[in-house]
Ligand binder design. Structure first.
Ligand code: ADP
Ligand code: MG
Length: 701
């Protein structure tokens, strides 16, 4: 009964109809009654409190007042009209204002009745108004009805213009609950609910829309957050299990000549314990007979490349090919250079394939790939193109996965009949909860240790007032033989203003650091490739002491000598960008310094970012700060935001819950892998609905 109602299109519900139905669908994505049920309020206002006008808070707050309308007038303004009503109680007067629908409202308003007015206060000077208030005649019944926590639903301009106000939403929701009197299906098992103190589904849904008090609201939130996160984790874990059952992997049962020769004779440094541990984890996957899907996280400079290379050698030892895919041309080139050097003493065949590869070269690569002569292919997403065929691809590494979508990962799978083992590496750490959600179907490895001998970088914030001292400091470092980066923000490649800042900066640096004592390089995206390469070479060989650049140096630049990084307008950079930039220094034996030049007045968010940079060098900690500031969708880019658009859970706030539900899901699947036990029927049924795309949340695919 109830279930049938929930599947019905939203138009069917009393109080909706075709017009409102169309709007709810286009504006809020509410298609069925079930979607409406899961359209949760995004906040609540406390309507247990009534203010007298004299004691109204002097801020923008939602308030309710009881009073009378003493005067109503229509006022002409530049564009259209506005309706203004004076609203009084025994302590004072405010104005109620309408900009739309005033003809109809004017007819409704009465001057001699007592109203409850509710809305957001707007102050200008000592005068106060509420625009588009909710008005209700003060009857005993109305006072009781408004005397609760009232839900506020997300809305849009268009909905409000078409008179689907928050009040309308509440009414529609009330109709839904009137018809749902039999309740909704429970999605969790009794024992999970009991173990974790969770109220039932029906009770929770009622209370999330119409809470009687704060206590009840909190119980509802707890239950629904648990449910949402639990089913995400359960699906990810199931995917992981299915996957293991379904896909045989290439069995790399020997560590052979390539690996051993390199490891014993050519390793340029001794590995950190963390690097050794991760290589072991990968080796054990290779030897398991199942296809590997592993995420490797490590901070900037933690040494992921050598781990990737050593693992690739194991694939080669088992007569298979390996590939490494990077998100940008610069990064692909850098990998190619690094890996070619590492591979040289082994006599491996290694090639680079990017969008810029010339036709003749490309043809040769294709031929060598198919004959199996080419052992290691480095490149950009050009490798993913369907016309790139390997003879026998056994292992694929994706660097900086978060710039790639899941779809691209899937393309690599198809490069061999038995899909290759996959290692996904992230360039910057991802907060743990985010990793567990986005990559919850992957095994996970972490390099949580930097190579030895790295000196901590001292980071400080400075403003224009300190400019002379900063220049003096740079000079003293240059005198010691060090080099300096000065980075300007280039938020958009096309932004003329940003280029002007960069060029102005370059000129003033050239004045303050005059030739012949100083040589200054410049590097930005508008330069020709060969000019860029020329300037890079001058700087890396020490012919110039200062490199003025945009964020083109953010990735792919690995030079040990520079010890100072000055970041101009640092408040304009995102946290992970600042962290990446700082990662360009501290690569040699010398003490390094990062100077964040900022304005004097900063927004709260900017202050938080700068303070975090000064406080810590730990990429995982910075990632957590970033998640709190920006939210998961922004952090990861839009490509993967689908699963991150949660109804009620929040990856940053609910970290504890995520850890909890993941364990609950692991235990559940260990005890009952196919969810066949009677007690788990509600969970099994819910999962089936989710998989049929009839999700309680339909965005989980
Ligand atoms: P990332 O994890 O950021 O990709 P890289 O693999 O580029 O880091 O390594 C950063 C630098 O550290 C490189 O110059 C690399 O040669 C060096 N490196 C990596 N591992 C070690 C180690 N165990 N000991 C010393 N240096 C190392
Ligand atoms: Mg790297």
């Amino acid at each position: 009964m109830a279930a049938a109602l929930l599947e019905k299109p939203i138009e069917y519900l009393k109080g909706v109809g075709p017009n409102r139905g169309t709007l709810l669908r286009s504006e809020l994505g509410i298609d069925t009654c079930k979607d409406l049920l899961y359209h949760f309020p995004n906040r609540y206002v406390d309507r247990t409190r009534f203010y007298s006008i004299a004691e109204l808070p002097k801020v923008q707050a939602d308030v309710q007042i009881i009073g009378r309308i003493t005067d109503i007038r229509l006022i002409n303004q530049a564009k259209g009209k506005r309706l203004v009503a004076s609203f009084q109680d025994s302590t004072g007067e405010i104005e109620l204002v309408w900009f739309r629908g005033y003809q109809w409202i004017q007819k409704q308003l009465q001057t001699n009745v007592r109203y409850i007015a509710f809305g957001r206060l707007l102050w200008y000077g000592s005068r106060c108004s509420i625009a588009h208030p909710e008005l209700e005649e003060e009857t005993p019944d109305a006072t009781i009805k408004s005397a609760v926590f009232q839900p506020v639903y997300a809305s849009t301009e268009k909905l409000i213009n078409r008179s689907i106000t928050n009040r309308t939403m509440r009414q529609i929701m009330q109709h839904l609950f009137d018809e749902l009197h039999l309740g909704v299906r429970e999605t969790l098992s009794d024992n999970i609910r009991n173990d974790h103190g969770l109220i039932g589904a029906t009770e929770a849904l009622a209370a999330i829309h119409f809470p009687k008090d704060l206590g009840q609201l909190e119980k509802a939130q707890k239950r629904l957050r648990f449910e949402e996160l639990f089913f995400i984790q359960l699906q990810l874990l199931q995917k992981k299990l299915d996957h293991r059952k379904q896909f045989k992997g290439h069995l790399f049962d020997k560590v052979g000549d390539f690996f051993n020769r390199f490891y014993n004779n050519h390793l340029p440094f001794s590995l950190t314990d963390a690097q050794k541990r991760v290589i072991k984890e990968i080796r054990s996957d290779f030897g398991s007979g199942a296809q590997m899907n592993r995420l490797l996280q490590g901070d900037v400079g933690s040494g992921k490349t050598i781990v990737a290379f050593l693992s690739a050698l194991i694939a080669l030892d088992n007569q298979m090919q390996a590939t490494i895919v990077a998100p940008t041309e610069i990064l692909a080139q850098q990998h190619y250079q690094t890996l070619s050097q590492l591979a040289a003493p082994l006599g491996l065949t290694i090639k680079l394939l990017t969008g810029a590869t010339k036709t003749a070269e490309r043809k040769e690569i294709h031929t060598q790939l198919q004959s199996g002569e080419l052992q290691l292919l480095v490149g950009t997403h050009a490798i993913l193109e369907p016309n790139v065929h390997f003879q026998n691809l056994g292992f694929a590494i994706i660097d900086e996965q978060h710039r790639f979508g899941v779809a691209q990962r899937a393309k690599l799978w198809k490069k061999n009949q038995i899909p290759p083992h996959i290692l996904v590496m992230t360039a910057t750490p991802i907060p743990r909860t985010l990793a567990m959600t986005l990559y919850g179907d992957l095994e996970s490895s972490i390099i949580d240790e930097l190579p030895p001998g790295r000196k901590p970088i001292t980071t400080a914030q400075r403003t224009d007032r300190n400019r002379l001292a900063v220049n003096q400091f740079m000079k003293s470092e240059i005198e010691k033989g060090r080099q300096v980066y000065i980075v300007y923000p280039l938020i958009e490649e096309s932004s003329t203003m940003d280029y002007k800042d960069l060029m102005d900066g370059f000129e003033s640096i050239s004045r303050d650091f005059p030739q012949p004592d100083y040589q200054v390089s410049i590097l930005h995206g508008r330069m020709k490739s060969e000019d860029k390469a020329f300037e890079m070479e001058r700087f890396s060989s020490g012919k110039t002491q200062i490199m003025v650049a945009t964020t083109v140096i953010e990735v792919g630049v690995d030079i040990p000598n520079p010890s100072v990084m000055v970041i101009e307008s640092a408040e304009r950079f995102g946290l992970s960008q600042l962290h990446q930039l700082r990662g360009r220094i501290g690569r040699g034996a010398d003490k390094s310094y990062c100077i964040l030049m900022t304005g004097v007045k900063l927004s709260n968010d900017a202050k938080t970012r700068i303070q975090a940079m000064v406080r810590t060098q730990d990429g995982f900690e910075l990632a957590e700060v970033d998640l709190k500031l920006r939210g998961p969708g922004d952090l990861m880019g839009t490509q993967q935001s689908g699963i991150l658009q949660m109804r009620i859970a929040n990856l940053s706030r609910d970290a504890q819950v995520i850890l909890q539900v993941r364990n609950v899901a692991i235990d559940l699947l260990a005890d009952d892998p196919t969810l066949a036990k009677a007690k788990n029927k509600p969970i099994a049924d819910t999962l089936r609905m989710l998989q049929a795309g009839k999700g309680i949340w339909k965005y989980i695919s």
